[in-house]
Design a binder for this molecule. Sequence first.
Ligand code: NAD
Length: 340
Amino acid sequence: GEMPRTIVVTGAAGFIGGNLVRHWRAAEPADTIIAIDALTYAGDLRNLAGLEGEIEFAHADIGDEERMLALLGGREIDVVVNLAAESHNSLAVVEPERFFRTNVLGTQVLLDVCRRVGVGRFHHVSTCEVYGDLPLDAAEGFSETSPYRPNTPYSASKAGADHLVRAYHSTYGMPVTISNCANNHGPYQFPEKVLPLFVTNALAGRPLPMYASTRSRREWISVADHCAAIAAIVERGTDGATYHVGTGEEASIEELADLVLDELALPASLKTVVPDRPGHDRRYLLDARRIRQELGWHPAVPFETGIRETIRWYRDHRSWWEPLLSRRLVTEDAWPDHPA
Ligand code: NAD
């Protein structure tokens, strides 16, 4: 951009938030960055290490109206990127309430504060999971107009948030954009999520738990490419529009486990099959033609190169993830009796 702006990033001490703040700081050194995070079990200030003095950090909950008004009111806010969320599908099965509190009610409070103080753009980050289950043999991915059919409390809470953002645009004319993104990989992802879980388990000689539907597929994107997509949408996206952020690069859960074991030179015998998580979808795939055609964004990191680089990052950053292991709230044996 030309003029220095003020950007608010919520969930800034999380995986994507921390990566986005770094990305934005490097790309737009003149901008003021206000980083907001409630520092739940999943948030960690170490994800913003090295940025002290370069950003403003506020320890606050997006659902706290008074705090949000105090932080956002009385100053010009050009952009808000909402990444604050409960994000772990497995935790949502056993503690759904907190997902609706933050993802739905929290987003509503933040939206309403933004409406009242007036912001240049509210960009909301969502997920491919709101569309629900895509059959393994489907020829096409979900488009921006596919119906929302969430199957888990996590994806239902994300869907609720997306509908609110859309409604604030239609009802109040709030300037908004939404992006739905595929599975991210990269540094600083909390070790409850599948890739860091596989790597940290493997390094400890523990099994890699694959859901029984081992042919389930996920579409992968590097967090760096996701951050570049968010920046492109914020800069050039159409007001009120939704953009899919995907690569078209899919891998089964077993292929992912094989890559981890190959990169770490560990035996295939570490692979183990566990019952599917309740509500488990077979596949997500996004049709991301719109962002490519309209905004000229395209992913730069090829799947295997990126995954292997990510695996090595966890291998080389044990001191980052080791203290996080005991903060995990749920493990895959949360539903051992569920019929797979
Ligand atoms: P994360 O769990 O690593 O980060 C979420 C951050 O939000 C944490 O730092 C947490 O402390 C903070 N937070 C939670 N509740 C809060 C609240 N009430 N107020 C303020 N902060 C709060 O998750 P992530 O993977 O970085 O995901 C960020 C967003 O991106 C989520 O909305 C998620 O749905 C979406 N998304 C993630 C992926 C992925 O693959 N990781 C893919 C698509 C979309």
